[in-house]
Every structure is written in C-alpha cells, then in structure tokens.
Design a binder for this molecule. Structure first.
Ligand code: PMP
Length: 337
C-alpha cells in the first residue's frame, strides 16, 4: 500500500512542467530555451508557503519557543496563514490570525476551516488605537504560550527553500538549470533557492520579478494590485546579494499573462505566477535571440488561481481598474494563435 502518514509528509517535491505556446518563441531552433514551471499549488495547503510553515514551526519546537499546547499568532490572511493553520492542526497547536477587515470573507473562512481563529480588526482606526491590527496582534503574541513566526524576519523561511525547493530544482533539472526566475514578497524563496543554486553552480542566473512600484525594482512602494509580491520595505528575509537582475512587471502584464496561463497552458495559477512567468518569457525570448537554445529556465509559480476567481479571472473587476477587459484580451490572444 502506498500512503502518507500525515498530510504534512506531502509538502514539497512539486513537479516541473514545460511551458509552451505562451512563450511566443519562434518555432524551429530546437524549440528555443526550455522553460519549466515549478508548480507550487500542488502542495497540500495550495501554495509554496507550506514549506516555510513546517520549517518555522519545527525550528520553534526545537528551540523551545513553541511549547506543546502553545498558540501560533501571525498577522496574515494569505498563503502563509493556510500553511501555518494546516501544520498547527496536525501538530495540535492553536492558531490565531489577525487580519484587517478588508480581507475577504472567503480567505477568513479558509483559515477557520482548518480550525484556526481569525480576529478581524477595523481598518478605519489609527495604528495607536487599541483595536488596530498592530496593537491586537502584539497583544495576542505577548500572551503566555504564544509564539509569532514573523515570516518577514524568520531565517527559517529562506532556509526552508535552501533545504528543499533549491535542491529539488537542482535534481529535477540534473544540474542543467541556467536561469531561475521568481517573485519576491518576504524574499525567502529567491534568497534560499538562489543561494543553493549558486553554491552548486555560480553561473546560474537568479532573476527576480517585481511589481512596478515595489522597492525591489527601485520603486518607492507605491500601490500595485498583484498580491503576495513586492514590498514597501526591505525584509530581513531578503538577501540583497542574491539576484543578478530584477525585472519590473506591470499589473496589466501580470494579469493578462495569468489568464493566458490558464487558457493556453491549463495552469490555473495566481497573479504573482503570471508576473513571474511573464518575466521568464522575456528571459526566454532574449536567450532565443542570442541563440542560447540550450538554456534551461525554471520559474516558480507560488499558488493557485482559485483564490482570485472574483478578481483576475473576473472581467468586471479588471475593467474597474482600467485593464483590458478579459474578453478583449482573450480575443486578442485567440487572434494571435
Ligand atoms: N506569491 C504569492 C501568492 C505569495 O503569497 C508570496 C509570499 N508572500 C510570494 C509570491 C513571494 O514569496 P516570498 O515571500 O518567498 O518572497
């Protein structure tokens, strides 16, 4: 019989799948550079963040920061929350997530479904107000038995990628990877994977993809709509020496490409995936123009498109922000094929 003892044993070892028509590479020349997507939505919690959740919790258990029966408190409602809630459920910890009231009910319900508690704070109060997001999470995290993973500073975040994601990519490509492309939120993925790959072969090029406006691509932190990536500050989990290049991607390109991935590659993935894959396509096209048909580009796709059905995959939502409506974009795509 083949089975896992716990859902946690199924984290990682995600597959690589070849990208095809969305790269818009000229036919011939042996098909151009090979571009492989690492499909992280196949993790049991649905995202790359399952990896850091396990590693951060296991490290806190080992150091004694998290004791049996303890409570995990983190101000997040996204993928890290799901990963933490899943691991906490299996290991018997209580989990409290603090999120602002603008976070969708669907996202809160995912966390509650795993048995976590969600504390919703009003957005309309000043940071110093006792009910503010910051004050509530600090207060809960200072209770006895509480532990805050703090994914933006916890070095076990990049370490989990150094120990799992990086080695997986190296082995899956038989050490032939030449370029690694990845978005940056906490910077944990690019820092851990990038460091591991460069230690194996210093020639591997590490390329960040970043929303226009974010600090990683020289912006001031001005708003953008793609979720989970880009920052308005430099997190401790980001190694500033790791990226050889950062490619800035607009929301419009990120969203249009996210939709193309679903329609043309049957990859229903999130907006930060469209952003990273758009950057990988640019890299592949440059390599093709240089005749580097032997290049192997790996792009990491962090999560699934299921969490964005009412946004990126909704024509009205796109139109509301002035992006080409989904239908126009779809027609244009069909016309190009
Ligand atoms: N995409 C999504 C959807 C995410 O949730 C995150 C994590 N914030 C990232 C990309 C970026 O990963 P990292 O934090 O490791 O830089």
């Amino acid at each position: 019989m083949q089975y896992a003892n716990s859902i946690l044993d199924l984290i990682g070892n995600t597959p690589l799948v070849r990208l095809g028509r969305t790269l818009d590479l000229d036919a011939g020349a042996d098909g151009g550079p090979l571009v492989l997507a690492k499909v992280e939505y196949l993790n049991p919690g649905g995202s790359v963040k399952d990896r850091i959740a396990t590693r951060m919790i296991e490290a806190a258990e080992a150091s004694g920061e998290l004791q049996p029966g303890g409570t995990i408190v983190e101000p997040t409602s996204g993928n890290t929350g799901v990963g933490l809630a899943m691991v906490a459920q299996q290991k018997g910890y209580k989990c409290i997530f603090v999120c602002p009231d603008k976070v969708s009910v669907d996202k809160r319900n995912v966390l509650k479904a795993y048995g976590a508690e969600v504390v919703v704070c009003p957005t309309a109060v000043a940071p110093e107000h006792p009910d503010s997001y910051y004050n509530v999470s600090d207060r809960l995290a200072s209770q006895p038995g509480a532990w805050k993973p703090n994914q933006y500073a916890n070095q076990h975040n990049p370490r989990s990628h150094y120990e799992t994601t990086g080695p997986e990519i190296w082995e899956q490509t038989d050490g032939k990877i030449t370029h690694f492309v990845c978005g940056m939120g906490t910077g944990g993925t690019i820092s851990g994977v990038g460091r591991y790959l460069k230690e194996q072969n210093p020639e591997v090029q590490v390329i960040g993809a970043d929303p226009a406006g974010s600090v990683y691509s020289g912006g001031s932190g001005r708003p953008y709509l793609v979720e989970g990536v880009g920052e308005d500050f430099w997190p401790d989990t980001y190694d500033r020496t790791v990226a050889d290049r950062v490619i800035e991607v607009s929301d419009a390109d990120s969203f249009a490409f996210t939709r193309r991935l679903a329609r043309e590659e049957a990859l229903l993935v999130g907006g930060s995936c469209g952003m990273a894959a758009w950057a990988a396509r640019l890299v592949a096209q440059e390599l093709a123009a240089e005749g580097r048909t032997d290049a192997v580009v790996v792009v990491l796709l962090p999560d699934s498109g299921r969490g964005y059905l009412t946004k990126i995959f909704n024509d009205e939502w796109l139109a509301q922000y002035g992006f080409p409506s989904g239908r126009e974009a779809d027609h244009r795509t069909v016309g190009e094929v």
